[in-house]
Unconditional design. Structure first.
Ligand SMILES: Cc1cc2nc3c(=O)[nH]c(=O)nc-3n(C[C@H](O)[C@H](O)[C@H](O)COP(=O)(O)OP(=O)(O)OC[C@H]3O[C@@H](n4cnc5c(N)ncnc54)[C@H](O)[C@@H]3O)c2cc1C
Length: 290
């Protein structure tokens, strides 16, 4: 389990990093926290010719609130930084709580939000809550910057729209919104350090007891994190009740196509989707914070 040989670069600016990635070609990869790519390299699952460390791009570690825009999280913010950020907790406590559910303390200290998204594994913990809250992501490459909604960022397991030649994910923006409650709940086989067998994020806008708007995003049960739009339609405009949320849970099952693997059968995952959708909706409706 030794790392294969590779060249290492640590550019001082974003412009230098993108230029370097273009020059080195697609066999070179950005390096953020290294919790995924170094493990893959050690296991022989990746063999980049060069790693371009983003560690000197300190501006990409920033987390801030921009009035009129929303919560801006730099791609190099670590999971523990997001979990502990007062700005995140003040505006979207559910994102802080989702970051806390990811992996274990060592991984959270090094792993970044950017790496979590570009990694694009269907069971990743941050995409569902970010998609439920309508986040967008910005990438900077040789042709400039572009921003896409996170819900259209993922194209398949371990695949996303980022261009392999020189594009770097720079920031994630969660827009200002009238959401009244949101949450992410995950079922893993251990309390800590386990990937999600199923993860469900919900965001609701309540008007008294009436659900005005709902977004439900399912993780680990499709090739990409998936919005359960049909399930949201079942409850929007209605007064909430346990029966209604159960109906939404049953409808959400129809929005996923889970695999069977060592962590659970497809049938088991479908049942978890039903139960966790119902629970996540109830928590978002009743807990009183976003
Ligand atoms: C023991 C263990 C447990 C884990 N548990 C979980 C878990 O419970 N939940 C979960 O979601 N994940 C889990 N992970 C996966 C991983 O740790 C996280 O996804 C982490 O956030 C990856 O971030 P990183 O900064 O370490 O990425 P890196 O390993 O540095 O990079 C990952 C990939 O993204 C690319 N990349 C990174 N940053 C950028 C950027 N800004 N722009 C362009 N490309 C970029 C790299 O080139 C690489 O291909 C676990 C990993 C381990 C080893």
């Amino acid at each position: 389990m030794y790392l294969p040989d590779f060249d290492y670069y640590a550019p001082e600016s974003l412009a230098e990093a993108t230029a370097l990635l273009v020059e080195l070609g697609p066999a070179a990869k950005p390096l953020a926290g290294g919790t995924d790519i170094l493990v893959k390299m050690k296991n022989g699952l990746a063999s980049p010719s060069a790693l371009v460390s983003l560690k000197n791009l300190t501006e990409l570690r920033d987390i801030r609130w921009e009035p009129g825009r929303g919560l801006v999280i730099g791609a190099l913010a670590t999971h523990n930084q997001i979990r502990d950020s007062e700005v995140v907790q003040q505006h979207f406590l559910s994102i802080s709580q989702a970051a806390h559910q990811l992996a274990n303390n060592q991984i959270r200290n090094r792993g970044t939000i950017g790496g979590n998204l570009v990694n694009a594994i269907p069971s990743a913990d941050l995409p569902p809550i970010l998609i439920a809250l309508g986040a967008s992501v910005t990438m900077v490459g040789p042709d400039g910057a572009r921003t896409v909604p996170l819900e259209s960022f993922f194209t398949g397991p371990s695949c996303c729209v980022i261009e392999p030649e020189g594009e770097i994910l720079t920031e994630i923006v969660i827009p200002e919104q009238d959401t009244t409650g949101s949450t992410y709940i995950k079922f893993g086989l251990r309390k800590s350090g386990a990937l999600a067998v199923v993860g469900v994020a919900t965001a609701v806008t309540m008007d008294g007891d009436v659900i005005r708007k709902a977004r439900i995003c399912l993780g680990a049960v499709y090739k990409v994190p998936v919005l359960a739009e049909e399930a949201a339609k079942v409850i929007e405009g209605k007064t909430w009740s346990d029966e209604l949320l159960e109906q939404a849970g049953r409808t959400a099952v129809g929005c996923c196509l889970p695999i069977s693997d060592i962590r659970g059968s497809d049938e088991y995952r479908r049942d978890l989707v039903r139960v966790f959708t119902r629970r996540a909706l109830k928590r978002a409706i009743t807990q009183g914070h976003v």
